[in-house]
Design a protein around this ligand. Sequence first.
Ligand code: ADP
Ligand code: MN
Length: 177
Amino acid sequence: MATAADRKLPNILITGTPGTGKTTTSELLAIATGLNNINVGTIVKEKECHEGVDKEFDAFILDEDKLVDEMEEMMSAGGNIVDFHSCDFFPERWFDLIVVLRTYNEILYPRLESRGYKQHKIEENVEAEIMQVVLEEARESYKPEIVIELMSNTVEEMESNVNRIEEWVENYKANHQ
Ligand code: ADP
Ligand code: MN
């Protein structure tokens, strides 16, 4: 099995509370770097890596083992940007960098509103962002030195985040030829 040491191209996780900009950032980063963009939510739906829908929260009940099996081959090959709001069930060996996007609640709230989320789902997500749930999960699941927290409130911040991660990728490539 490929380990980080022999991956010529890195695997990067872009995580964060829904609405913090994971998908937009991942897409821009994929264009900038040429890395493969994996939207995990799409795999969950298309490969049915779930046990139905949680009606109350309007979210899939994940089949984590099936999802990991579905992703294993791509992840072992390296060169992926993975976009998902959760990270504790992914194998630790998969990732070289974990990016946690953060957004102020007064900005996050209207983003989720304009997405048509139900009131209690908006409140749950804003609360999770205030409590740093995703950041804590990332820090507990991966070596702290590979976890970085980036603010994602404005388009300027997003562009700066993409540039910063792109530089990190170039540096990784230079060190893994
Ligand atoms: P996620 O994938 O984390 O749920 P999205 O990338 O879908 O978030 O972004 C949600 C919405 O917020 C989109 O309309 C997107 O354009 C906007 N958005 C995300 N990040 C930013 C940002 N840093 N600045 C301005 N708008 C943003
Ligand atoms: Mn998304």
